[in-house]
Design a protein around this ligand. Structure first.
Ligand code: C5P
Length: 421
């Protein structure tokens, strides 16, 4: 186990073969949102339930799936994965993997890594009730418990075999809580600091207002002017903030996304004027943070036509007169002053990104701005991944890697918490 050089406690999530493996996808996401770095190893049986690609996309890291690396596109140093981790979570843990761990058997990737890992181990068993109560499993559990291996669950509930009994894997939220507890106990020097964990605590109970998506500026009842924002980044930020314990209000322009579960409030708006009004109203409820990730239209058609514009009237060509929209950050936010409100904006810049974003941050009175270049490789509209530069009063605070937007959202919240602490 190497000492982490960054502040993110490193969790190696080991997934073994049970139907509960699908829940481990949510667990991986919760861990990332809570500020942990996550890599995944899977047994062969686990890959029959969930594909390694799912975890790779969620975590941004290749998934270790076999001892010889034959099924990996990139060569993986498996011992290095075990060395990398500050703690290991096995979820779901089958009776088989518990038996191997108890007796030091290392005959495939997960059991080998478990044996190569000397640090804290958390096991989330999931199995049929008879297997759980079998004297062999009971004895293995006792051996592991005597070695101070930690357990979470199993709970009682619906089992894949069709009965309701003990053996169901603990819910991802319970496993996250157990990981957090374990991370707090990591000895100094083994890991740099459990800062990310406390930073995840930073968001707990904070009122966070997030805008997302494009705006539609109506020309007539059927036509509008819009932009290519999908809203993915704002929705990912909302989801990450909920996961970190914040009370989140999401104000969304027209997008094809499902609002994350657990929002305190959701407002669907069309135009910049609607969004400005919604932000103003939501601020009245005393937001602590405003994250303006919406791609707000700077201009709107100067004259809305209440009836559909007819092409035979418009002729062979026509010009659309445009007028400035209200600047939500520049105009609306300062009119709703709230002590201690932190304002975060986004800037999409294709040249002199940092210079232009810094000027914008100051001009619009933002505390932080996230600059991104949509033309850069590994970034931009429609791209799976995204890359941002966080800029504060003193200049660049952090430059992210190109990451899946969900992973990036969690990292952005951590960086903001770190910068603001
Ligand atoms: O479009 P621009 O690059 O100026 O956007 C910078 C920030 O200002 C973004 O966070 C955006 O959401 C916000 N903005 C706004 N009102 C506008 C235009 C942009 O609040 N009319």
């Amino acid at each position: 186990m190497a000492a982490s050089t960054n502040a993110n406690p490193r969790v190696l999530l080991m997934v073994t073969g049970g139907i509960a493996a699908y829940k481990s996808c949510f667990l991986a996401r919760l861990l990332l949102q809570a500020g942990f770095s996550v890599k995944v190893a899977m047994t062969d049986a686990a890959t029959r339930f969930v594909t390694p690609m799912t975890f790779q996309v969620l975590t941004g890291h290749p998934v270790a799936t076999d001892l010889w690396g034959e099924r990996q596109s990139d060569a993986l140093d498996h011992v290095e994965y075990a060395r990398w981790a500050d703690l290991v979570v096995v979820a779901p843990a089958t009776a088989d993997i518990m038996a191997k761990a108890a007796h030091g058997i290392a005959d495939e990737i997960v059991s080998t890594m478990m044996l190569a890992f000397p640090g804290p181990l958390l096991i989330a068993p999931a199995m049929n009730d008879n297997m759980w109560r079998h004297p062999a499993t009971v004895a293995n559990r006792e051996i592991l418990a005597a070695r101070e291996v930690n357990f979470v669950g199993p709970g009682t509930g619906w089992l894949a075999c069709g009965t309701v009994d003990e053996g169901r894997m603990a819910e991802p939220e319970e496993i996250l809580a157990a990981v957090r507890k374990l991370a707090e106990g990591l000895p100094a020097g083994v890991k740099a600091e459990p800062a990310a964990v406390s930073q995840a605590g930073f968001w707990a109970g904070k009122k966070v207002l997030i805008t997302a998506g494009p705006t539609h500026e109506p020309i007539d009842p059927v036509r509008y002017v819009a932009n290519r924002s999908s809203g993915t980044m704002g929705y990912a930020l909302a989801s990450a903030a909920i996961g970190a314990g914040a009370e989140v209000t999401l104000i969304s322009g027209p997008v094809a996304l499902t609002p994350p579960r657990g929002l305190a409030d959701f407002r669907s708006v069309e135009s910049t004027a609607d969004m400005a009004q919604a932000v103003g109203e939501a601020q009245e409820t005393g937001a602590d943070w405003l994250i303006m990730s919406a791609a707000v239209a700077d201009f709107k058609p100067a004259n809305y036509a209440p009836g559909k514009l007819k092409k035979d009237v418009l002729g062979d060509g026509w010009s659309l007169a445009m007028t400035r929209n209200p600047d939500i950050l520049g105009e609306v936010v300062p009119n709703h002053p709230h002590d201690g409100l932190r304002v975060v904006g986004f800037a999409l810049e294709t040249d002199d990104m940092v210079g232009r974003a810094s000027v914008k941050r100051e001009a619009k009175g933002m505390d932080y701005i996230l600059a991104n270049d949509p033309t850069a490789a590994g970034s931009g509209f429609g791209s799976e991944n995204h890359q941002v530069t966080l800029i504060g009063v003193g200049g660049i605070i952090w430059e992210s890697d190109s990451l899946p937007k969900e992973t990036l959202a969690g990292e952005i919240l951590q960086q903001l918490a770190r910068a603001d602490n």
